[in-house]
Design a protein around this ligand. Structure first.
Ligand code: SAM
Length: 472
């Protein structure tokens, strides 16, 4: 059977297909259908998917417990978890899902059928990636379409396409999905230009795998690895392959013994060296992963961030961990400390393309133009940060982009503009098990497919460069 995209033999609006969720059914039907279990979750999933791919809105923002999309926040926790699972897998495997849908259409969807496409993707993601019964995924997708004035007339098509996918298509997972197919063209092009085709392929494959959860511990990584069933990585990190339920329910969280931090995100602070007793500014600090590292190492820390909401999280996190820092909520561009700092860390806002394993929406919310804009902002912020370093002090610039325009190119532009700064090359033996991350030019570059000795592969993509200001 083929599924046309308009009324016709296969995409016809059969009474069976059009009725669920339809507002035009018999008296009383709308109320019954609105209360239909699971329908609201599917409708919210389609709505949020639209916000991500059509309006480039971050999924983290949309699903934030306090400030997220109001329809998402109205859902029961179980439905919220389902929406997140649908969107995470739906975005991670968006290329394959799109191909499975397209293969079952007689002709492309009309250009003005955005909401229909989202309903199809939400349905297909459940069938192909999640343990939702096919019949529920199909029926609720049909109900979503029938309840949406823009997609109503395609309810029959939704039914036909999804039933065929359920019957014919293979399940999608990281082992079977084609990495190239699931990497948007703009990102693929950048990765090939920068890393070559083979490494781009490996990075794109890493984007499809579920990322482990890394913890930074205050001390005794080996002991915490034993207690939590994970693996210790060096002195201060523990890797957990998977966690059932919220991480906050794990031993040691409430007691403030550790915080969640990818092993790559923990590297930039290490470049500053011994900070015991030094004054260190952590600029763009929230939610505070690097602030906590600096506190653990005995620095006197000033943590600055312009987001009040994120600074509240930083304060909560430090409070739980029993650490203290001076906190400043404000724009770095307008910040003028009274005295310079012994060292400054700038973990600049970036495209976050190094975190696509955990945030597959990033591949769809960012693009080339955004990367260029962010690179220019980073250079401006780095110039400000550089003015806050005492003579002879260190400045570390970092971010979680895998794009050289936001990393290596910013570092080079900074050095050519500032005669009072020199690059202080990172030596491979400084980073122990992460020697692989040190580039020949002495900067640090991680990508998501890199192996972590003794702990499997994978870490966030990061860049960091260390500079020293001319001494007194
Ligand atoms: C990558 S996040 C920082 C992560 C943090 N360093 C950590 O390790 O937990 C970037 C931060 O930059 C902040 N930010 C962006 N532009 C800023 C500006 N002009 N001034 C101050 N903070 C800024 C954002 O609010 C965001 O919290």
């Amino acid at each position: 059977m083929s599924a046309g995209n308009g009324p016709g033999p296969d995409g016809r609006k059969s009474a069976k297909a059009a009725r669920p969720g339809g507002r035009r059914g018999p008296k009383g039907q709308a109320a019954t259908e609105a209360a239909r279990p699971g329908l609201a979750a599917r409708q919210v999933a389609a709505r949020l998917l639209a916000a991500v791919v059509d309006k480039q809105t971050s999924l983290d923002g949309l699903t934030d417990a306090a400030t997220g999309h109001p329809h998402f926040r109205q859902l029961e926790p179980r439905d919220q978890a389902l929406v997140k699972a649908i969107l995470t897998s739906g975005l991670r495997y968006r290329g394959t899902i799109e191909a499975e849908i397209a293969a079952r259409l007689d002709r492309p969807l009309p250009p003005n059928a955005a909401s229909l496409r989202h309903v199809l993707h939400v349905g297909a993601a459940q069938i192909l990636c999640l343990d939702v019964p096919d019949s529920a995924a199909v029926d609720l997708a049909v109900a979503s379409a029938a309840d949406d004035p823009r997609a109503q007339r395609f309810a029959g098509l939704v039914n036909a396409v999804l039933r065929r996918i359920a019957r014919e298509a293979a399940r999608i997972d990281a082992a079977t999905a084609d990495p190239r197919q699931n990497c948007p063209d703009w990102l693929w092009k950048r990765m090939v230009e920068q890393y070559g085709e083979a490494r781009a392929q490996a990075i794109a494959a890493a984007h499809l795998a579920r990322a482990p959860i890394d913890l930074s511990v205050k001390s005794d990584a080996a002991g915490w690895a034993d207690r939590l069933g994970g693996r210790a990585i060096g002195e201060y990190a523990v890797r957990l392959d998977a966690v059932e339920g919220p991480v906050s329910a794990l031993a040691g969280f409430a007691e403030g013994e550790w915080w969640v931090q990818d092993v790559a995100a923990a590297l930039p602070v290490r470049l500053i060296g011994d900070v015991q007793g030094l004054s260190v500014a952590d600029l763009c600090a929230a939610p505070g992963g690097k602030t906590a590292q600096l506190c653990r190492a005995g620095a006197s820390v000033t943590a600055l961030d312009q987001s009040a909401a994120r600074m509240r999280r930083l304060t909560e996190n430090l409070g739980r961990l029993g650490y203290t820092a001076e906190t400043v909520t404000g724009d770095l561009a307008a910040y003028a400390p009274e005295t310079p700092f012994d060292a400054v860390l700038l973990d600049a806002p970036c495209s976050s393309t190094g975190t696509i394993r955990r945030h597959p929406d990033v591949a769809y919310t960012k693009d080339d133009a955004e990367v260029d804009k962010l690179a220019a902002l980073q250079l401006r912020l780095l110039a400000r940060a550089a003015d806050m370093v005492a003579p002879g002090g260190r400045l570390v610039f970092a971010n979680c982009s895998i794009d050289a325009r936001e990393g290596e190119a910013v570092a080079a532009a900074f050095l050519s503009a500032r005669q009072d700064y020199a690059l202080e090359r990172v030596a491979a033996n400084e980073l122990g098990e992460f020697a692989i991350a040190v580039s020949p030019d002495g900067t640090l570059r991680t990508t998501p497919e890199m192996p972590v000795a003794g702990a499997g592969s994978g870490m966030d993509g990061f860049f960091a460069a260390r500079f020293r200001r001319e001494g007194p």
